[in-house]
Write a protein that binds this ligand. Structure first.
Ligand code: GAR
Length: 196
């Protein structure tokens, strides 16, 4: 068995990739036990692709049809020696063969206090629209294990933020992004690698 000191993380993202960028920078600046060695994206027009290029992190686009079978992504992860997977705004179902292979080594972030405002169709801005429409006074983030059942893996961390009557989906989204930025990389590090 070869021994590597630095664990290799793949971040899966479908959108702007602000969390992906934050995670890349965290492991460059704050914690050298791991690095983001790969970003995997399912949309050729996603903002995360330009971010990855700017950051100098390899980014591979796997189009949606190829996710039905896990072979392409499993081969890619094996080729790159990936130890851990982080879903950061990744909007496709992860194939069961992949969740099984990375059992205990995969985390997702969801922009609400699960089990509230989770499940199919609940992602990004749609979650914040629902929270505001329901008149919630509190929302937050959930970081959880990934299983083959959407948004249902065991939570490892939640943080809350107040919602005021003046808030809109846009202002709630900004608050949630700030919470994600503050907590997600450290929770990834502590879950996979333990406290520094
Ligand atoms: C984040 O807020 C993340 O919690 C959410 O998508 C956003 C991605 O932003 N994820 C989901 O809704 C998953 N169901 P980003 O692309 O700027 O990191």
């Amino acid at each position: 068995m070869t021994h590597r000191n630095v664990s290799r993380i793949a971040v899966f993202a479908s959108g702007s990739g602000s969390n992906a960028e934050n995670i890349v920078n965290y492991f460059r600046q704050e914690d050298s036990r791991a690095e983001v060695a790969l970003i995997v994206c399912n949309r050729a027009e996603a903002g995360v692709i330009a971010r990855a290029e700017r950051l100098g992190v390899e980014c591979v686009v796997i189009p949606r049809p190829e996710w039905a079978e896990a072979d392409t992504v499993i081969q890619l992860l094996a080729d790159r020696g990936i130890d851990y997977i982080v879903l950061a705004g990744f909007l496709l179902m992860v194939p069961p063969a992949l969740t099984a292979r990375y059992a205990g080594r995969m985390l997702n972030i969801h922009p609400s206090l699960l089990p509230r405002y989770g499940g199919k169709g609940m992602y990004g801005r749609k979650v914040h629209e629902a929270v505001v429409a329901a008149g919630e006074t509190v929302t937050g983030i959930t970081i959880h294990r990934v299983t083959e059942r959407y948004d249902e893996g065991a939570p490892v961390f939640q943080a809350t933020v107040e919602v005021s009557p003046a808030d809109t989906p846009e202002t709630v989204e900004a608050k949630i992004h700030a919470l994600e930025k503050q907590h997600f990389p450290r929770v990834i590090a502590e879950t996979f690698l333990g406290k520094q």
